[in-house]
Design a protein around this ligand. Structure first.
Ligand SMILES: Cc1ncc(COP(=O)(O)O)c(C=O)c1O
Length: 367
């Protein structure tokens, strides 16, 4: 399986290992008695929802989350009938009927969304399923405690709605010792009391690793499926799911004092050989990797020198055999030698941003 960008003409080759994503799903699902969903928002974190969703369905995943309604509508055709698709942002104003038409379950986050879903249920004369999200402290999405208390005092607040899930999201799950984790769990336990017996979901990837108390009925991993380490600073139990190989365009010898790249900030010390490779910030390779990023050539790490340009950047390949760094040869930017978390650390960001920025010019191969 591949995309329509011709491999020989592309600047770089992106390989997505669907087997690794399936293995990661299995590992996470086996960590708990809770069911395991998959978060596929942002095109499956940049890896391609069209390929990732069916692969996870083959692995037994039947519950999926997207952020936007449009993503959920696209996902509907990619997974078998009967799978549940939640829309985390809920229906944007005026779109409740689209959720119904595509058999999607909105996550209701505030009184306005609740009102629209109830109004649709009334118009259709049906009972419609919904997830209810509580804000347990992140102040991002979900019913504020005061709104929830006021609403749930009204006897018909869920008229026409069948709550199938209550959920919240952890702000600091990647820091196991952070007091916010336990505080959010306590608030979640309290807020759930307005809907006793409704299945619950709290844990994202890192939350799963906080232990069973955080698991409830449904796990919601995203990042860990795609190989991002859910416990930064400890060995990653997940398999890397993505590798990126860029092509060398040109190799040149430079002398002491020559500069490389925009701004002329990299000044060569002694004679060096510089390979220009055809990946740049237009491909999502972050400009903050200027002078800080790395590439691997047969496992040997070489530095990015000078600024990352729009379509290219320079590598110092002085220590590499010249016959290995000819135009057209591939160098690894992410993969076995350079895991996504290492790339993110060099760029001063998180693996989530590295993956979701991966560009559209690559030849993509799914294995
Ligand atoms: C509400 C919600 N649940 C689950 C996830 C998945 O989180 P992660 O990718 O950290 O596993 C996200 C992603 O940000 C989210 O917003």
């Amino acid at each position: 399986m591949s995309n329509s960008v011709d491999a020989s003409r592309a600047g770089a080759l992106l390989t997505v290992d669907l087997g690794a994503i399936r293995a990661n799903y299995r590992l996470l699902a086996n960590m708990s008695r809770a069911s395991c969903a998959a978060v596929l928002k942002a095109d499956a974190y940049g890896l391609g929802m069209e390929q990732v969703a069916p692969a996870l369905a083959l692995e037994g995943c039947t519950t999926f989350f997207t952020a936007h309604l449009q993503e959920a509508i696209a996902l509907r055709q990619l997974v078998p009938e009967g799978c549940t698709i939640y829309v985390l942002h809920g229906p944007p104003p005026g779109t409740a009927k689209d959720c119904f038409q595509y058999d999607l379950v909105p996550v209701l986050n505030d009184p306005g969304q609740l009102q629209e879903w109830r109004a649709l249920a009334l118009t259709l004369g049906r009972v419609l399923p919904a997830a209810i999200q509580f804000d347990t402290g992140m102040s991002r999405m979900g019913f504020a405690p005061a709104d929830l208390a006021a609403l749930s005092n009204q006897p018909d607040w869920l008229a026409g709605i069948r709550p199938v899930l209550v959920m919240s999201h952890l702000a600091c799950a990647d820091e196991p010792a952070h007091p916010m984790n336990a505080a959010q769990r306590r608030r979640f336990a309290q807020q759930r009391e307005v809907l006793p017996g409704v299945p619950a979901s709290l844990a994202n990837s890192s939350g799963i690793f906080l232990g069973h108390k955080y698991h409830y009925d449904l796990l919601r991993p995203g990042a860990a499926l795609y190989g991002i380490n859910p416990q930064p600073g400890t060995p990653n139990p997940l398999r890397q799911a993505v590798s990126l190989h860029a092509r060398i365009v040109q190799v040149r010898s430079v002398c002491e004092g020559d500069v490389v790249g925009y701004g002329g900030h990299h000044v060569c010390v002694g004679e060096r050989r510089i390979a220009t490779i055809s990946v740049g910030y237009a491909d999502g390779w972050l400009r903050s990797l200027s002078g800080r990023g790395q590439a691997a050539i047969d496992g040997v790490i070489v530095p990015v020198v000078g600024r990352v340009s729009m379509d290219s950047m320079g590598l110092d390949v002085t220590g590499i055999a010249p016959e290995r760094v000819l135009p057209g040869a591939e160098v690894e930017l992410m993969g076995a030698a350079l895991p996504v978390d290492a790339v993110a650390a060099a760029a001063g960001t998180i693996g989530y941003e590295v993956l979701t920025r991966l560009g559209s010019r690559f030849h993509r191969r799914y294995v």
